[in-house]
Design a protein around this ligand. Structure first.
Ligand SMILES: NC(=O)c1ccc[n+]([C@@H]2O[C@H](COP(=O)([O-])OP(=O)(O)OC[C@H]3O[C@@H](n4cnc5c(N)ncnc54)[C@H](OP(=O)(O)O)[C@@H]3O)[C@@H](O)[C@H]2O)c1
Length: 318
């Protein structure tokens, strides 16, 4: 099969397309013929080996030679003990542990996969698992009148998180670079901030709920941005910021009646399925910025990693 391979951390130039043996599913695993794989910032981070958490399992070189977590495709073969799927089923899921989606076939644990709703195309379904799970859990607490801020709102997760929070009646402020402000308004944001020219932590009106997809600020800045009783949670950013949030942030929040922490995202079909249901019902839109062929993966990753993508980017290996 054809697969995008890399042996060392670096820029998209370290990737090459190679013919390699098709993997075999082990017990409890499913071999998926990949129709579409969406790109997440986590793919870019694992390509670069930065931030440091992207090197978990492979400090000097990548533990998995083929990236790609969010897959959608057809079940080709099932391993021993698999009961929920059989040959030909249309499936999708976040294969974060094994990856391998930037290839014609990928092996995934049965528990990571769900049946693809027939109303969604493979490309659409592939956008949901990782970003959807983060967006749903990250906007938990959004409600009528709640002031929500989403930092990094113009990317893949933000494209779901903004409309999810709006749907609950929240007032949503979304932060990203200037080229993404119109897009975030289109997604429903009530207010938008260009992070290159304005500091959201110095807003006149503090926020009740902050979802930070790219945390790089001091915990004191985050505390300043929160209303009394408010909650700040980050899911990505620099390791040093996340460590400070976990330690100093927790204490600083408690002392001032605010909650500051890292969102431990739970994965799997029960976590992303509710978003797929909303997409099928037409309540939440799916925004695919561009679709690339497998051979164009370096371009596709650069498009996301260098911050040009509005919403999700999809690679189609099949
Ligand atoms: N289990 C977990 O906890 C888990 C699993 C997977 C992923 N994650 C994390 O979840 C996050 C989700 O990312 P995603 O896939 O939605 O990323 P994405 O599509 O790349 O979106 C991130 C957005 O943030 C913007 N941005 C960059 N620097 C910023 C700054 N200083 N202030 C405000 N915005 C900024 C980016 O735009 P520009 O770069 O163009 O400025 C981009 O639009 C990532 O941090 C990832 O590491 C967590």
């Amino acid at each position: 099969m054809r697969a995008a391979i890399y042996d060392r951390y670096g820029s998209p130039g370290v990737l090459r397309i190679e013919e390699i043996p098709t993997p075999a599913p082990g017990a409890g695993q499913v071999l998926v013929k990949v129709a579409a794989t969406s790109i997440n910032l986590s793919d870019w981070e694992c390509l670069r080996g930065s931030p440091l958490y992207a090197r978990i399992g492979g400090l000097r070189g990548p533990a998995r030679r083929t990236l790609g977590s969010d897959i959608a495709g057809w079940v080709e073969r099932v391993g021993e003990g698999v009961t929920r799927f059989r040959h030909g089923d249309e499936v999708y899921g976040d294969n974060l542990a094994l990856k391998g989606g930037f290839a014609e076939f990928a092996v995934a644990p049965e528990k990571a996969l769900a049946h693809k709703p027939p109303e969604l195309t493979f490309a659409q379904a592939s956008t949901i698992p990782q970003a959807g799970a983060i967006a749903l859990q990250g906007t938990d607490g959004a409600a009528d009148g709640v002031r929500v801020l989403i930092n990094g709102g113009g990317g893949g997760t933000g494209s779901f998180a903004i409309p999810l929070a709006k749907r609950c009646g929240a007032h949503v402020t979304a932060v990203d670079n200037a080229s993404k402000l119109d897009f975030m308004r289109l997604l429903g944001a009530d207010a938008v901030i260009d992070y290159q020219s304005e500091d959201f932590t110095r807003s006149d009106e503090p926020y009740d709920l902050i979802l930070d997809l790219v945390a790089h600020r001091s915990v004191f800045a985050y505390r300043r941005a929160l209303a009394l009783g408010g909650r700040y949670r980050c899911v990505g950013g620099s390791v040093s910021t996340m460590l400070r949030v976990l330690t100093i942030g927790w204490i600083a929040g408690r002392l001032t009646r605010r909650r500051i922490g890292v969102l431990a995202v739970r994965e799997g079909p029960t976590r992303f399925g509710p978003l797929a249901d909303l997409c099928v019902a037409g309540d939440i839109g799916i925004h695919i910025d561009r679709t690339f062929a497998l051979e164009e993966l370096p371009l596709a990753l650069a498009h996301v990693g260098e911050g040009r993508a509005l919403g999700k980017v999809v690679v189609t290996p099949a």
